[in-house]
Design a protein around this ligand. Structure first.
Ligand code: SAM
Length: 278
């Protein structure tokens, strides 16, 4: 993506480096992409993306929600014939493109406006779609794509994207919007899955989470499974055996993503929940 385009977008309605009285100085989209690249390299090095992909069978087409620096995309390449990756951040798309290019993976990038039905049937292994997953235009453009799965892994966003979504500014974020944004996006993925997934298709949700003090592993898994049953609605089967957890190394329990650090201070595990479309 061109530097000029990025500057126009950032300098237009968003004040970069905005100070928030409760949360500190907002991380810019560029900083967020850089920090995520560091975090996701550690995830990759520790085999976590491979583990996420191992939780389900091979399939035809997968919709990836937020590609970050492209390392999750690479793991999905091992399991699916085609990856459609929806990503809102130009800065993250730049990093994903660099990852795919250096791995020799065929890719293309389109904007939602110039995307057409050829995008989901094109021979490129990965089609990156520059759009927000909340964009209502996506559903009609990708319907009929023979999707076996939706992967929503480690979803999150920079403060500008989050505040923009709620019609606010980074200065006015209270902090609670960060987890609400993730929950809204995950609910949205389940709803999208009702339209685009083949029967028996799956939605894969991966999060970093902390145990509540005193909780056992089965209690933790049952509670998470129940939460996803509510979030996903009646079109999916979710049972506790669809959720697995994995320890993460101590250096990955906290995040370098500053606006998020305080929210994630007690992280202990990665969780993977697979919902099956009825
Ligand atoms: C924390 S990163 C995780 C990336 C990747 N799934 C992984 O596991 O490495 C979250 C990604 O979701 C993207 N994102 C945030 N909001 C989005 C939205 N509304 N639509 C599409 N992508 C979004 C962010 O820009 C970022 O690249």
């Amino acid at each position: 993506m061109g530097e000029a385009k990025r500057r126009t977008k950032v300098d237009g309605s968003l004040k970069i480096g905005a100070k928030n009285p409760n949360l500190g100085t907002a991380m810019t989209p560029q900083q967020y992409a850089e920090e995520w690249e560091i975090s996701s390299s550690a995830f990759d090095k520790n085999g976590h993306y491979k583990w996420m992909a191992e939780q389900f069978c091979n399939g035809d087409v997968v919709l990836e929600v937020g590609c970050g620096s492209g390392l999750g995309t690479m793991a999905l390449c091992e399991k699916f014939n085609k990856i459609i990756s929806v990503e809102v951040s130009e800065e993250c798309i730049d990093r994903t493109v660099a990852t795919l290019r250096s791995a020799g993976v065929a890719y293309e990038v389109s904007d939602i406006e110039n995307m057409n039905s050829d995008t989901i049937t094109s021979s490129s292994k990965v089609s990156v779609l520059h759009a927000s997953i909340f964009n209502e235009g996506i559903k009609s453009k990708i319907t009929g794509g023979n999707f076996s799965a939706i992967a929503c892994w480690l979803f999150g966003a920079n403060p500008y994207t989050i505040s923009d979504h709620y019609g606010s500014t980074p200065q006015r974020l209270k902090g609670s919007e960060i987890s609400k944004y993730r929950e809204d996006a995950q609910r949205h993925c389940f709803q999208l899955g009702e339209h685009i997934l083949v029967s028996g298709g799956i939605v894969s949700m991966v999060n970093r989470m902390g145990f509540a003090a005193g909780a056992t592993e089965p209690e933790f898994i049952n509670a998470l499974s129940d939460e996803y049953k509510v979030l996903s609605g009646s079109a999916y089967t979710i049972t506790p055996k669809n959720t697995v957890i994995r320890a993460i190394d101590s250096e990955m329990k906290s995040s370098r993503i500053s606006y998020v650090t305080s929210q994630l201070s007690n992280l202990t595990v990665l969780t993977s929940t697979v919902a099956v479309r009825i």
